[in-house]
Design a binder for this molecule. Sequence first.
Ligand code: DAH
Length: 356
Amino acid sequence: MVDTERLRKGVNSAVSQCTTLAELSTVQVDFLGKKGIITQEMKELGNYPPEQRKEIGAVLNDLHDEIELIIKAKREALEQSELEQRLAKERVDVTLSSRPEDRGHFHLLTQISEELLTYFKAMGFKVMSGPELDTDFNNFEALNIPKHHPARQEQDTFYISGAPDRLLRTHTSTIQIRTLSNHDVPIRAVSTGAVFRNDAVDATHSPIFHQMEIFVVEPGITTAHLKHCLLGFLGFLFKMDLVAMDNNNEPMPVRMRPSFFPFTEPSIEVDVCCSRKDGELKLDLEGDWLEILGCGMIHPNVFQNCGLSTFRDGTPVRGFAAGVGIERIAMLRYGITDIRHFYAGDMQWLNHYGKL
Ligand code: DAH
């Protein structure tokens, strides 16, 4: 005879020990599977005499159904508790405030370059660019910088070994040569980019820094246009109406000094007078004079080297040019005292000065 009581106990104890659905499946296979205990018992029915077969068969069928119910109840209980555990684990507190988003941003120098380009673009300047690795001709020769000029000495310029004509540009004035040699005049152009000099590194010198170059080549251009253009630009930079002040004949915290560049005649340097109050640098009539840019009327030799002699109306080609250090502008504007900060890759510094 089948010991139903023993089987029932066996099922109950096996099921009660199950803590996961996977374990319960194993128990189900052990009892009800193809090779399970109940199935084996069913197969043995043939060994019993016919009158017992019916009775035992009925008992086994009932036991099969009963085991199924026990397993089903346990499965439901396990599913419920697994769901509860998951809900507890994945609980979302919708009342919590969100985490701050960590957003990237452009480097301060990129932001200022873009700002300067936008200013000049609005006045019809074309944005030009050129390679950092350029020729001796574009960087020196065409800019009327003769072979013996100190700027050509090896301690200033990075030359490329094995390529005697190649160098890392020492200024963005190369863009004047590239543009004037390849574009029609009249033209107004602006360009920003990295320049390289073999300087010792200190708080105000770095072997790589950035410049902006602007130039206007149009009939009738004079130093008066140059002055007006640069005053407007400096006023924009320092949020001050320098042009209007000049028209009113008032004193200005800006001065233009005669200077020398081989590629301009006359050559001028522009200083701004700044005071530092509450850690902020401001254009101020009482303060220190700081050189901010070089400029002048483009030298006739430069035009000649670019193959230009006259405008289409037959008048001699003429124009002005200016070059500005972008780090210098950023340092003045934000009171940054060490140029090395720009390239150190310190995230705290970059985030502070990049999100102003
Ligand atoms: N190229 C000069 C430098 O690197 C800056 C400069 C001065 C650019 C006068 C100009 C200019 O276009 O007219 O220091």
